[in-house]
Structure formats: C-alpha cells, structure tokens
Design a protein around this ligand. Structure first.
Ligand SMILES: [Zn+2]
Length: 501
C-alpha cells in the first residue's frame, strides 16, 4: 500500500540531516506516541534513567500496537541471538534490551530509550549477511548505550506528514467531537521519532561497529549494508519525503567510506557466527513477507480489504490511500477531505461503541441506528465549532465495531459532501471474489546455475522484484555472472491464504 507522498504540505521544517523528523513510515501512527516522543525530545537532557525507561516503555507499547511486530519465531529468534551476543559484550546491566522486527515495508531501524531496538522487515529483506545485521543492531544499540538524547521530535501534524493534508482540516475537529475525529488524526502521524544530531550518528556508527567487532562480526558489515541502502534509495528515486532510515541515516558515499575506514582499525574477536555462510543466512530470511502484507489489510485500487477482520470499504476513487496497523484512510487529491476506517472496539453494539468513543449526550441523541450491508450500525453527522463536518458511522461485525469517519470543511461540503455521506455505507464483509484477488510475496532462496545472472534467476518465474531490485537486494549487479550454487533471494508471489496466517 505505497503512500503517494505529496510534498506540497509536508511539514518538514528543514532538510538538515541532524534535525530531519524520522517518519517511522507509513505503518506507524499514533498521536500518543508523538506526544510521548515529544516529551522525550524536549526533556531528555534532564530526565533520569528511570523516567527515560518509562517513556521508552510507553513508546514501545505504541510501536507494538500501531506498527505491529513480526511474530515469525525463526527470524525474530535469530535476530535476538545475534543481538543477544552483542548485548553481552556491551556489559551494561542498567539496560534491559528488547529486540524486535516490525511489520513495516520501509527499510528502517530505530531505538527507544531504555533498550528497545527495532529493525523493520523492509530492512531485513535487504540484508545479505550476519555481519550486516550486527552492524545495524550495533548502531542502534549505540544510540541507547550513549543515551543519545533526541534533539527534538518533528512538529509535523499527523495528516500533514503522510498525506500532505492541510493541518487545519483535522487539527481542530477534536474539541467538538470528543476526540473522535482527532483520533483519526493519529492515522498518519508517521510516528515522529527522535532525531539525532550528526555527531551522534557518527558516534553511533563508530561505537556500533566496535561493538559488532568485539562480539565477533566483521565491522565492515555496516558499511556494506549502508552501501545497499544507498543503492536502494537511488532505485527508489531519492524521494526526499520518503520516511524511514534515510531521513536520519543518509547512506551517503562519504558515510559509507568513513565506516569502512573505521572498520579497518577494529580488532575483531573470534566467535563462531550463527549463520556464517550466505546460504545459512538467507535461510533465516526465507518466508519473510516482502511488500504489502494482506494479513494487515491492503488496498485493491480504492477498495480496502482486510481479510483477518473480514471487512471491505470502498474509498472514493483516485484519492490517496494509506494503510496502517490500526486504520486505513483515503484523502482527496487536494487534501480537503478524508475518510478513515478504524476499529472502534469490541462488541456487537454500534451505539455502545459510539458512546465509548466519547460522544456527548447531545450527540448520542442525534445518533441514528441504521443498517450497513445488513449489519447493525449507527450514524451521526456533526459539525464542529471550527467549520468542519464529519459523517461518523459505527458498524458492528464479528464481535468488533468499526468506525468510518468522513470529514471535510463545511464550506467544501458542496464538493465532497455527497461522497463523504456515501462512503460509510460501502462497508461490507469480504466476498469470495475479494479474497481471490489477495496476493502476497515471500522471500524464497534459489540457487544459481552456471553463469546465471540475478535477472535470469528471476526469470525462472514468480518473482515480484524487478532485475534492478533483485541486484540491489542481493548485493550484486544486474549483469554479474554469479558463481554456480550462489544462493539468491527472490520474493515469490502466491495467493494469500488467511488460514496460513
Ligand atoms: Zn542512528
């Protein structure tokens, strides 16, 4: 579900490396987390380690709830094995390490105060060795060990960050609606994470590779991975608004060179790798979902489909769409209207859910019980003091209540009112035909034959990367004749089967 980034209103206040807001990507959102991190960033210099740990724990809970973590025990267990050995070498009893892989397609890695370290599945898909994995983990661990205070979190308003929507359109809705629509603003906050100074990044590179070397890995692994990121970014077209690792961790040739030089002076301890050969390493990645994960919901054109929740919602056509762990949304091309589908709560009573969402007594009186796709539903149209109007629809389905929020300024209602009033009514359970359209890609390992190139391995069929992406992700070039028997990772597409989980 690639987000169509629109930089018009992207609220980036700068382009400098050291202050760029780190969007934790299209999957991350949560006003709560933004608030938490804003505290972190403003108070880091003075707060105590225990306060820092508490804030880190709160932010970690938000990451888990909103971005989602991979549960794949093979991969996550492996990452923890590698990280665990580095944690031993770090010898810091005051840090409780927790390592996780997030369900996020953008290549990214980040750490929260107190010892929470995350890498995304998008980053894992680009790794080519255990040394590279150790290098990335070491860098993030160094941020924790050095208690690098975030200078400040970005101030971008949630929708502005990912949708490029005027801040006013949703920002002022919440007071009059008891936070309901404000809640939808959380959808696309992009989780404005801590940003580090340029010196802190350099420091994390140096200390990170030293840690990797002391734990037995090749300290040049980080340089090699940064080089892959640099190539991947070039392939992606250097989108300046792309969230993720690039925002704070620009993989410039200069940085790659610095890390490579520093790696030469490191003394590497002797320790057996967990997956030393390329084949053994790629086996750890086998089965990883690449690209959209249907299990988290996907857009099929304007139709949002969530096979686990068994729901579909037809968004207005040609609107920008985004899907996150907690909500799916669409925004009009000019940014003047938005629709958001989210989970309101458990149960089978839409009115109770509306009440729990914080409607006032007066609003509850206006609530109308309706049916949507034969399901029990409740609907409310409400204006705010700041000139916005929202159509809210709560729909009960399979022990959950979903909420569709459709919002625009009252003065734009002539243009958008009809669409917004209609959208909540398109909610429905999934059809067999929807399920048949769901496809997922998982990494598979193929072994090269004599003189094959990555493009030829790809041409054997089923792969979803193009030859250039194959080359970058495998750390080779499109034309290189590979050694016979050299393992290559290929994302192979298959029909999504919910029963496989
Ligand atoms: Zn960093």
């Amino acid at each position: 579900m690639p987000v169509d980034h629109d930089d018009r209103l992207h609220d980036r206040e700068d382009t400098a490396i050291d202050t760029a807001p780190v969007g934790l990507t299209r999957r991350g959102f949560s006003g709560g987390l933004v608030a938490t991190l804003a505290i972190l960033s403003s108070g880091c210099a003075t707060i105590s380690p225990s306060e820092e740990g508490k804030l880190g724990a709160e932010a970690a809970e938000e990451v888990e709830r909103t971005v989602g973590l991979l549960s794949d025990p093979k991969l996550v267990g492996y990452v923890r094995q590698v990280a665990g050995r580095m944690a031993q070498v770090a010898k810091r009893t005051d840090v409780t390490w927790r390592f996780n892989v997030t369900d996020d397609i953008e290549p990214n890695a980040f750490a929260l105060p107190g010892g929470y370290v995350y890498i995304t599945r998008g980053l894992v898909a680009l790794l080519n060795s255990e040394d590279e994995l150790a290098g990335v983990l070491g860098h993030e661990m160094a941020h924790v060990l050095e208690r690098h205070a975030a200078r400040r979190a970005g101030a971008a308003t949630p929708f502005a960050l990912l949708f490029g929507i005027p801040a006013g359109i949703l920002g002022a809705v919440s007071p009059a609606l008891g936070g309901i629509v404000g809640g939808t603003g959380e959808l696309a906050s992009g989780m404005v994470l801590a940003s580090y100074s340029r010196d802190q990044e350099r420091d994390a590179d140096q200390r990170g590779i030293a840690l990797a070397a002391r734990a037995g890995w090749d300290p040049a692994g980080l340089a090699s991975f940064l080089h892959t990121l640099e190539r991947e970014e070039a392939l992606a077209g250097h989108d300046p608004n792309r969230p993720g690792f690039f925002a704070t961790h620009p993989a410039t040739p200069e940085r790659v060179g610095n890390v490579r030089t520093a790696a030469r002076s490191q003394t590497r301890a002797t320790a057996a790798p967990f997956a030393g050969s390329r084949g053994a390493f790629l086996q750890k990645l086998e089965g990883l979902v690449v690209g959209d994960n249907p299990a988290s919901g996907v857009f099929l054109g304007p139709l949002f489909v969530h096979p686990v929740f068994d729901v579909a919602l037809e968004m207005p056509t040609k609107w920008k769409t985004i899907n996150t762990a907690e909500a799916a949304g669409a925004v009009a091309p000019d940014g003047d209207a938005a629709v958001v589908l989210s989970l309101s709560g458990d149960g089978d009573d839409p009115v109770a859910a509306a009440k729990a969402d914080g409607l006032s007594e007066a609003q509850l009186k206006q609530l109308q019980r309706v049916r949507v796709a034969s399901l029990p539903a409740a609907r409310l149209v409400a204006d705010t003091r700041s000139g916005q109007r929202a159509v809210l629809t709560w729909i009960a389905h399979r022990e959950r209540v979903f909420r569709v929020t459709a919002v625009a300024r009252v003065r734009d209602w002539g243009r958008y009112g009809a669409i917004l009033e209609r959208t909540g009514g398109t909610f429905r359970p999934l059809l067999a035909a929807d399920r048949e359209r769901l496809v997922e890609s998982r990494l598979r390992v193929r072994v090269t034959g004599a003189n094959e190139t990555v493009a030829e391995v790809l041409a054997r069929g089923g792969g979803t990367w193009n030859p250039a992406q194959m080359a970058v992700a495998n750390g080779t070039t499109v034309d290189a004749k590979l050694q016979p028997g050299w393992p290559v990772k290929v994302p192979v597409s298959q029909r999504y089967d919910a029963s496989r989980g």
